[in-house]
Design a protein around this ligand. Structure first.
Ligand SMILES: C[S@@+](CC[C@H](N)C(=O)[O-])C[C@H]1O[C@@H](n2cnc3c(N)ncnc32)[C@H](O)[C@@H]1O
Length: 256
């Protein structure tokens, strides 16, 4: 996922308007309500914000991401943690389709449409099977998807976002188009103003993002051994509609 190596430099500023605290509280509410369920594997951890916050809540988190640069930012971010919390968190550069470990986890999370970067059926099945293998019985695989009905209805208009901190101003244009029946091609044009050097630079990149119906996810869940447990609107928990862009999915690995 080379695009994220470039992106990692600006990623946190571009998404600094996201409320990570409420996201982590929401995801935690989906975990089993049992203090023994503490070992978390994160698929596509990115710059490690969720992982760090979960470690601060006494979870043990292992984050994997295919982008070495994202992993570097994640490791740097957690380096200032107190030693006892620092020992709760680890990161590894690996692909969620091919990651292998002898460890089994209580829950696997994959947040902010990581799963949508898997555009072929085989890639999705490989990642789901991999989640299944690395979950303990009774554990859950929790992730969010772009929801097809909303994307088809309203997913193809040009969007603009501007964010700044003390060092940088970033203007980003998002130009989505339909690449295939269920895949958006998202062209990002990113203009970056370096405040100290007073110079502009430009980055453009293309992401291919698959969107799903909940029925498709049920199909992949069944094919890979999971039981479908939840399909609800991200954060609100409402029933998904054609206005719901982001749907949270919870798949369970049954006890028997
Ligand atoms: C939109 S970002 C989300 C990052 C993070 N979860 C967050 O909430 O900020 C998508 C992440 O998925 C990672 N990714 C995409 N495909 C992957 C794959 N096959 N294996 C591992 N990581 C992948 C990218 O490198 C990127 O860091």
């Amino acid at each position: 996922m080379d695009i994220f190596n470039l992106y990692s430099k600006y990623y946190d500023l571009i998404y600094s308007d996201k409320n990570y605290t409420s996201e982590v509280n929401y995801v935690e509410s989906l975990f089993h309500n049992n203090s023994r369920y503490k070992n978390i594997l994160e698929f596509g951890c990115g710059t490690g914000i969720h992982a760090k916050m979960l470690a601060q809540k006494d979870y043990f988190v292992h984050g994997i991401d295919s982008s070495p640069e994202m992993i570097k930012v994640a490791k740097d971010r957690s380096s200032d943690l107190d030693r006892d919390i620092f020992n709760n968190i680890s990161f590894e550069c690996s692909d969620i389709r091919h990651f292998r470990s002898n460890n089994k986890y209580d829950n696997i999370i994959s947040l902010f449409h990581v799963i949508c970067y898997l555009t072929s059926n085989k890639d999705i099945e490989d990642a789901f099977r991999n989640a299944y293998v690395h979950l303990k019985k009774g554990g859950s695989f929790i992730f969010d998807i772009w929801h097809a009905p909303a994307i088809i209805e309203d997913g193809f208009s040009i969007r603009f976002k501007s964010l700044e901190n003390s060092d940088l101003l970033i203007n980003r244009y998002t130009r989505p188009s339909l690449h295939a029946d269920n895949i958006s091609k998202i062209d990002y044009d990113i203009y970056i103003f370096d405040k100290s050097k007073e110079t502009w630079s430009f980055v453009d990149e293309t992401h291919f993002i698959r969107f799903f119906t909940i029925s498709e996810i049920k199909y992949f869940a069944e094919k890979t051994g999971f039981s479908f447990a939840i399909g609800e609107e991200w954060i609100t928990g409402n029933t998904p509609s054609s206005k719901t862009w982001s749907v949270t999915i919870v798949l369970n690995k049954n006890l028997e």
